[in-house]
Design a protein around this ligand. Structure first.
Ligand code: SAH
Ligand code: SF4
Ligand code: F3S
Length: 467
């Protein structure tokens, strides 16, 4: 047999939870399975292989996984009754954390694999069909994975993700990521640049660099020395056709001078940054082991805004970390008022087994956590609405990514990651065009294509850049 098209098509269903890293990983798992005949399916029913790509950050993540596995057991039996087989795999962070427990409690699971072993999936599938028991692969050989994964096969579209860094050594008190994703690892520069060029050749105009601590990036450069994220962004900005760059998620501790300078120097680097702060109280930040104070965060924000005046910020917050008093929480509210966020994610603290905070004294009462989260979310909502409204009347480039929800509409995203929709031709997809915003909605903007070459008037007080 010489061509993969001769292989009978097997149906592969992947369900993905969690962060963008998992979304990226799911795409790469589909890529490694394509050469052995697996093509994507829309539903788990009747699939030849089902992968659950799990997230451990979710509350009761393990329990939710087991109830899902209970349902899939029936789908698997139904498949067998039809004379077929369904290979069932659990991937991602719950697999990494709970490997052996999964196969003990759900022996109908065939494969348990951690995030660093996805390149071995075809081999695991082969072993699973031979073996009586489950195949478990939850080692941490991070270097191997990127060397052995095939080049991304399925084009991701106008906007694409590119993992440059994985893992975390920071051990925040509340977080499971250092246990599930292992130690920090950065991909070498050459591999990142090559993947970015392939993405652009396949139609991507915007690339978002991914990492659990993306700005801790320290990949090996072509000359053997290590490059920081700022330098990597400068090299990526030279790729013709790559119109927009973003990166996520960053840690305040790893925002260095060169990264701030990149925000000043690179027009491709979009003026929107997700920078989690978690709390505005130094006491709580210390208990969280974040390694910075509220004042440090505010200083970084000031410097970023000096470098890129139209920069908008997003963040993550936790309400009710163990030891958080009402006064601590007020300091979080103060920090939010001082910064003014364009968008944010906020969570009620919830204990993750095995993390230091889970066993800490002074757990906050559930009712207090609820009340604080509500107050915080109301403030953040107000700020998001105000930010969206502040775009009305502005003209700025929108990158069109696909058809809109209604016939005749196209949709795209603003420089600040806001969804934008308008009436216009589908031929806009894949291009950037200036749009004048007419209305702000809770989570999106709508507008009109600006006539001709309308200038980018986000900072009307400044001279427009020469064309
Ligand atoms: N690496 C990123 C965050 C990864 S987890 C960072 O350092 O900021 C994504 C978000 O989930 C965190 O920022 C935090 O706000 C939230 N989170 C993580 N563990 C949590 C827990 N135990 N309870 C509540 N929220 C949590
Ligand atoms: Fe988790 Fe903290 Fe690492 Fe972020 S920096 S992944 S919150 S341990
Ligand atoms: Fe969840 Fe793992 Fe991402 S725990 S948030 S899927 S790193």
């Amino acid at each position: 047999m010489t061509s993969t098209t001769a292989t009978p098509r097997k149906r592969l269903f992947i369900r993905t939870w969690g962060c963008q890293m998992n979304v990226y990983d799911s795409a790469r798992m589909a890529d490694v399975l394509a050469p052995i005949g697996y093509a994507p399916a829309e539903t788990p029913e009747g699939a030849d292989m089902v992968i659950l790509n799990t997230c451990h950050i979710r509350e009761k993540a393990t329990e939710k996984l087991f109830s899902e596995l209970g349902r899939l057991r029936e789908a698997k039996q139904a498949r067998r009754a039809e004379g077929g087989e369904m290979v069932l795999a659990v991937a991602g962070c719950v697999a990494q954390a709970e490997g052996a427990e999964i196969t003990a409690r759900a022996p109908w699971v065939d494969i348990v694999l951690g995030p660093q072993t996805y390149h071995k999936l075809p081999e695991m599938v082969a072993r699973a069909s031979r073996a009586a028991g489950a195949v478990i692969e939850t080692d941490f050989p991070a270097e191997d994975k990127f060397d052995h994964l095939p080049d991304a096969a399925a084009p991701q579209g106008v906007t694409a993700f590119l993992t440059v860094q994985e893992g975390c050594d920071k051990f925040c008190s509340f977080c499971v990521v250092p246990y599930t994703r292992g130690a920090e690892f950065s991909r070498p520069v050459a591999g990142v640049l090559a993947e970015a060029r392939r993405l652009v050749a396949a139609g991507a105009r915007e690339v978002t660099l991914l990492g659990q601590n993306v700005n801790a990036y320290h990949g090996e450069g072509p000359e053997g020395r290590s490059w920081g994220l700022g330098r990597l962004l400068r090299a990526l900005a030279e790729i013709p056709g790559l119109a927009r760059l973003r990166y996520t998620t960053s840690h305040p501790r790893d925002v260095d001078d060169d990264l701030i300078a990149a925000h000043r120097d690179l027009p491709q680097l979009m003026p929107f940054l997700h920078l989690p702060v978690q709390s505005g109280s130094d006491r709580v930040l210390q208990a969280m082991n974040r390694g910075h104070t509220a004042a440090d965060f505010l200083r970084i924000v000031d410097r970023l805004r000096e470098a890129r005046p139209d920069l908008a910020l997003s963040s993550d917050f936790i309400a009710g970390h163990p030891g958080e008093t009402a006064a601590d929480f007020e300091q979080t509210m103060d920090l939010v008022r001082r910064v003014g966020f364009a968008q944010a994610f906020s969570f009620k603290y919830s204990a993750r087994p095995g993390t230091p905070a889970a066993g800490a004294p002074f757990q906050v009462a559930e009712a207090d956590k609820d009340a604080r989260l509500q107050a915080l979310q109301a403030l953040l909502r107000e700020q998001q609405d105000a930010f969206n409204r502040s775009r009305v009347g502005m003209t700025f480039p929108v990158l069109f990514t696909g058809p809109g929800r209604h016939p005749g509409q196209v949709a795209g995203r603003s420089p600040w990651l806001q969804p934008v929709h308008l009436t216009g031709p589908l031929s806009l997809i894949g291009t950037e065009a200036p749009v004048t915003v007419l209305a702000a909605h809770p989570n999106s903007l709508s507008g009109l294509l600006a006539a001709g070459d309308a200038p980018y008037d986000v900072q009307p007080e400044e001279e427009p850049a020469p064309a």
